[in-house]
Design a protein around this ligand. Sequence first.
Ligand SMILES: *C/C=C(C)/C=C/C=C(C)/C=C/C1=C(C)CCCC1(C)C
Length: 263
Amino acid sequence: MFSLVIASQLFTSIFLIIGLKRVLPRYRQAMTVAAIVCGIAAYHYFRIFDSFKAAFVTDAIGGAGDYVQVAGASFNEGYRYVDWLLTVPLLLLELIAVLALARKVQTSLLYRLIPASALMIALGYPGELTADNGMRGIFGLLSTIPFAYILYVLFIELTKSLDRQPVSVRRTISQLRLLLLLTWGVYPIAYLLPMLGIDGSDAWVGKQIGYSIADILAKCLYGLIIFHIARMKSFADDPAFARMELSVDEAEEVATPTNPRGK
Ligand SMILES: *C/C=C(C)/C=C/C=C(C)/C=C/C1=C(C)CCCC1(C)C
C-alpha cells in the first residue's frame, strides 16, 4: 500500500509539472501547488515506508508470515502528521487559487481556512499517539471542531462564488468540493478504527490503508481535477489559446457555449 502511494504521488507530481504549459499563466500557481503537495507526500511516504520496515519484521521466508514488532522499535506516525500540516493548507490554497476570485475574497478565505486546518491536525496528533481510547476520543472530538468549520466555509461561502465561474466548469467545481468532503471524511473514520473494538493489529492496518487510499484521492485525484478545471478555465478565458490546444471542433464548442443555462 505504501509503495502504491509513493508511485501515485511521485508521478502525479511529475505529470502536473510537465502540464504547466497546457494552462494559462494565471492558473499555473494552482498547478504548481498541486504538484508540490504530491511531491511532499511522496517524500513522506518514503519515510513512512522505511519506518515500517524498521519497526516490523516477518520470520517466514518470502515475507508470507506474520509481522511482529521489533523489540524497542516503533512505527513513527509523526511523518503523516507533519505531511498533513504542510499539505492540508496547500490543498485549500490550490482550490482557492484555481477559482481566481477577487483578491479580497481570496485573502479572507485563506485567513480563516489555513489556521483552522493547522489546528485540526495539531489537535488530532496527541490522540493519535496515545494508547488510551478515552484520550483518543477527546482529541478526535476537539479536532472535529475546526474540521466542521472548514467544511462550513467551503460549502456555504464558496457556493456564493460559483456563479462567477465559467459555465463549463461549474459542475466540475461542485464535484471537486464533493470529492473533498468524501475523501477528507475518511481520515476521522480511519482514526476511529482503534476505538471500535477491532483487534489491535487489524485496526492498525485498517487505519494505515484508510489514510493511504484517502491520500491518493485527496491529493492525486484532486490535483488532476484541479488541472482539468485550470484547462477548461484557460479555454473559456482565451479562445486563441483554446484553438492552439484543441482540435477545431472542440475549440468551437468551448468558444460558443450553446444554451448556457440548459433547457
Ligand atoms: C492529504 C492529507 C489530508 C487531506 C488530510 C486530512 C486530514 C483530516 C481531514 C484529518 C482529520 C481528523 C479529524 C477530523 C478528527 C480526528 C483526527 C484527524 C486529524 C484524523
